[in-house]
Design a protein around this ligand. Structure first.
Ligand code: FE2
Ligand code: FE2
Length: 180
């Protein structure tokens, strides 16, 4: 009986910690990326699938979340403002890379060119600094050849690969594309 009680207490404590962590991350995303999250172009990425049935929108929010977790867990000391904004905008290419017309022309090149397209789109709407630019430009490393030049870009590159893998093998499930 005591063991059951202890297990229940431990489970409740674990859930409380997870909830607190979720709340903390949500508050950070709001504090540093609210303008991006509320913009119509960013919301429009809910209409595009990234991997599996995960939208580009949710993929980018997840990459920002995992970047924060990785930064905290490993004590990397990233600038949270740049980390969050770079992660939210890293796939800001604003087209459907599964679209038939797109596939007919550039399918094989998406992996190579979308970071520069994302950067150009982000520059039009936001005042980026060099760290945020590096995050967006290099997140596909080693495809980018030139490696990331700052810790924030390394963290987003790692978080992006982790999230992409879990989406592709179906561990991270989305809800499919939503009408824009
Ligand atoms: Fe990407
Ligand atoms: Fe990505």
């Amino acid at each position: 009986m005591d063991l059951l009680k202890a297990l229940r207490v431990r489970r409740r404590e674990r859930l409380r910690r997870l909830y607190e962590r979720h709340k903390r991350i949500h508050a950070l995303l709001k504090e540093h990326g609210e303008d991006i999250l509320q913009s119509s172009n960013f919301k429009g990425t809910r209409a595009h699938i990234q991997h599996g049935n995960m939208t580009v929108h949710n993929h980018c929010v997840d990459v920002a979340r995992y970047s924060l977790l990785l930064n905290k867990k490993l004590g990397i000391g990233c600038n949270k403002h740049d980390l969050i904004r770079g992660a939210l905008l890293h796939d800001y290419f604003l087209y459907d890379w599964h679209d038939k017309a797109y596939l007919a022309n550039r399918q094989r090149l998406h992996g190579f060119h979308h970071p520069m397209t994302a950067l150009q789109n982000a520059e039009k709407e936001y005042a980026l600094n060099d760290v945020q630019r590096d995050i967006i430009k290099k997140h596909m490393w080693p495809l980018s050849v030139i490696p990331p030049m700052c810790r924030e870009a390394w963290v987003v590159t790692a978080a992006d690969k982790y999230c992409s893998l879990l989406e592709t093998i179906g561990v991270h499930k989305g809800h499919g594309a939503q009408a824009s």
